[in-house]
Design a protein around this ligand. Structure first.
Ligand code: ADP
Length: 312
């Protein structure tokens, strides 16, 4: 079976239990939960029984152990997660506003994650991989940018695939070197999975139609556009398939895109039909929003299949 690898941040997430603005006053918190976009993505892949692994760094602390234990238990190859005693595991604090937006306090670059870089275990993981999934959020430090580009070369040279979710807010594009790094990854991307406005963010186009034409002409084989509760679409040179979102009660949107992406990339790599893959991934995304906690939203194959049978 083909193996999917990703690179990037592993954090614990600590969430506010009440709505509000920022963290300037004391509020009840709940956590820690295993998290980090690449970690959630790869956990979803593992829960579908697809071989997979992640390159990352954690500290020698309980937060690191929490993450490694969870990923291992779900079947992720954790051999390229380095434990770095001099640094702490990354963290993210989240608070939800009344209007649905979120405030974050991140400790990623200054944590063990900032030490992501080359190692013999990392090379071994790339050599065993058939697909690299890049998360834009993981391009926060030079080490992970270099590794992502190296992995893309190694995997493409042996006929493998590169998938790319920009997973980015506009402000992040202003980080030094970020735009260039994203463009380089995009130039090697087979499957692009943007959310809403990310579709045109890395193009010269003025609208979505222009952005799609530009992306396909630059070598992207297929685009999967995620639009939250509005659903998702699959677009390639042959046309477009739309998949409405399943009606569910949203409890926590964090991780929906990562769960959706993990499910779609797994189906795509297995050569499954795009319409069926889109439906399967939409079910994974819908299930993710019904559960509190970022990685708690990932689903096993049987859960997704049962959901789809119920909604047929
Ligand atoms: P991202 O988190 O990357 O921005 P989205 O929020 O678009 O990704 O979520 C990915 C997919 O998950 C959506 O295309 C949809 O299929 C599903 N999804 C997300 N939010 C909901 C929701 N509130 N109800 C049902 N499905 C949802």
């Amino acid at each position: 079976m083909k193996k999917i690898v990703t690179i990037g941040e592993i954090v614990v997430e600590i969430m506010a239990t009440e709505l509000g603005n920022g963290f300037l006053e004391p509020i009840p918190l709940v956590g820690p939960f295993p998290s980090g976009a690449p970690a959630i993505f790869i956990d979803q892949v593992a829960r579908l029984d697809q071989p997979c692994g992640i390159v990352s760094c954690v500290g020698n602390d309980d937060f690191g152990k929490l993450n490694i234990d969870r990923l291992k238990a779900d079947g992720v190859d954790t051999s390229a997660i380095r434990v770095i005693p001099e640094y702490a595991t990354g963290s993210a604090f989240v608070r939800y506003r009344e209007d649905g937006n979120r405030d974050f306090v991140f400790n990623i670059k200054q944590s063990a994650n900032g030490q992501i870089g080359p190692a013999p275990e990392v090379d071994a993981l790339f050599d065993s991989a058939d697909c690299l999934h890049v998360m834009g959020s993981a391009l926060f430090c030079e080490g992970s940018v270099k590794l992502s580009l190296q992995a893309a070369e190694v995997i493409k040279a042996k006929g493998g695939l590169v998938t790319f979710d920009p997973n980015l807010r506009k402000e992040m594009l202003d980080l030094p070197g970020m735009r260039e790094a994203m463009q380089e990854i995009l130039s090697k991307t087979d499957l692009f999975l943007p959310s809403g406005p990310e579709l045109s963010l890395l193009t010269e186009a003025k609208d979505d139609v222009g952005a799609i034409a530009e992306l396909l002409s630059r070598g992207v084989t297929a685009i999967v556009l995620k639009q939250g509760s509005e659903g998702a679409s699959y677009i390639d040179a042959r046309g477009r398939i739309d998949q409405p979102a399943f009606a569910v009660e949203e409890i926590d949107p964090t991780g929906a895109g990562d769960s959706f992406g993990g499910a779609f990339v797994t189906c795509w790599l297995r050569g499954e039909d795009p319409a069926a893959s889109l439906r399967f991934a939409a079910a994974a995304g819908a299930l993710a929003v019904t559960r509190k906690g970022p990685m708690e939203g990932t689903s096993r194959r049987a859960e997704i299949e049962a959901f789809l049978t119920e909604r047929a």
